[in-house]
Design a protein around this ligand. Structure first.
Ligand code: SF4
Ligand code: SF4
Length: 381
């Protein structure tokens, strides 16, 4: 079937028609963004065709470790999340808010926010869908809406991909954020490779998703296709090497502001801010104003910032969080405790990026476990 709108439901497309799917999305006016290999990692960037996807590649990850390796097959999405997250497109690392010019003795503010091009994200994992939902809440769910974010978000087409393997630092199953995408997508793919057979099981999540699938050769899924998806998700869930127990987590951290574990982690932490840069839900920014040498033109930029910098908590007289201990504690307790008070849920989706990309291998799941264990009746022998 092609050239007609697909119903909501479950279908399959042959791997050789993945390009047709991307073409159908492009024809609707979307720029494609997705996984591709750059400088030894799988990152997110512009896609021109399926040839840009990391076909046949995977990654090995552990605390402070990331390595690309070849797969034994030709999977297009056979890797785990890398150092980039989709926030870089929704809330760019550097963005000019406005510029101004001195004119007729006054200042003329020039807004340069043309409507952003419509983006299609290809290969969004379940934990990443949850991270985008958290960013939606932060930027559009309160009393004030971030119009820049909303413009980018409103024009988005999302192709989710269910994870066919767990990475070494993933713990989404324990956070109830994966590994299967359940909402927030236009289309969700599960890649199936069985001997010579290579295809995608496709779940339709929106009208526009159905239209795009309708323009791609596809067929209705059979019961064995559903079974293949279930098996893949069960296998991925069972592979997850880490878990975080979230029962009473907010209260646990609030009770333990002065726990000796904070000193231990601070003795390792370099306050490099990597964990906040790679985290798909960290959203803090700063604002910088610049002028040119003539004094006639000025600009205001918004840039990613981190609670690991001294400047971030600088107020009159000095930084509120002057020590590595206070900065690491701020980051972890915000993610896992104060975020709940602020936004009604935990701010961590269990993607594992902060563990992989920490140069000294600090592991947020391990830190939680250590504090929890110290309260157990058997702690200390
Ligand atoms: S805190 Fe770490 S594991 Fe949790 S969402 Fe952020 S990067 Fe992923
Ligand atoms: S926890 Fe790791 S990644 Fe985060 S600031 Fe400390 S050393 Fe850097």
């Amino acid at each position: 079937m092609a050239g007609e709108s697909a119903e909501h439901g479950i279908f399959t497309i042959d791997a050789k028609h993945l390009q047709d799917l991307l073409t159908a999305i492009s024809k609707k006016g979307y720029l494609l963004f997705g996984p591709t290999i750059r400088e030894g990692a799988i990152i997110y960037d512009r896609l021109n065709s399926v040839d840009d996807l990391p076909q046949g590649w995977t990654d090995e990850q552990n605390a402070g470790k990331y390595k690309l390796t070849r797969r034994q097959d030709y999977a297009f999405f056979g890797y785990n999340v890398g150092p980039h997250s989709w926030k870089k497109f929704l809330q760019p690392p550097e963005h000019r808010l406005w510029k101004c010019k001195r004119e007729n003795g006054g200042l003329q503010i020039i807004s340069d926010s043309p409507a952003p091009p419509k983006h299609a994200f290809i290969g969004v994992r379940s934990c990443e869908l949850r991270a985008i939902a958290l960013l939606d809440k932060v930027f559009t769910g309160g009393a004030y809406t971030d119009s820049e974010y909303k413009n980018r978000r409103d024009g988005l087409f999302i192709v989710a991909v269910n994870c066919g393997q767990a990475g070494g630092t993933c713990f989404c199953a324990s956070m109830n954020t994966g590994p299967k995408a359940t909402s927030g997508f236009d289309l969700a793919l599960t890649e199936v490779i069985d001997g010579e057979s290579h295809f995608f099981v496709v779940e339709v999540g929106s009208e526009i998703g159905a239209e795009v699938l309708g323009e791609t050769p596809h067929r209705a899924a059979k019961s064995k296709d559903h079974e293949a998806v279930n098996q893949i998700i069960a296998k991925t869930t069972s592979q997850m090497g880490r878990a975080m127990n979230t029962n009473g987590l907010k209260e646990l951290l609030y009770r333990n502001y002065e726990h000796p574990r904070w000193d231990l982690v601070a003795s390792r932490c370099l306050t490099c801010a990597n964990c906040t840069m790679v985290c798909p839900t960290c959203f803090c920014t700063t604002v910088e104003d610049t002028t040119d040498l003539t004094g006639e033109n000025a600009e205001r930029w918004r840039k990613w910032d981190s609670c690991f910098t001294m400047d971030f908590s600088y107020i009159h007289g000095g930084s509120v969080r002057a020590t590595p201990k206070s900065r690491y504690r701020q980051w972890m307790t915000h993610k896992l405790a104060t975020w709940v008070d602020q936004f009604g849920e935990i701010g961590c989706v269990g993607c594992g990026r902060c563990i992989t990309w920490c140069p000294v291998g600090i592991d947020i799941a391990e830190e939680v476990h250590a504090i929890r264990e110290s309260e157990s009746p058997t702690a200390g022998g």
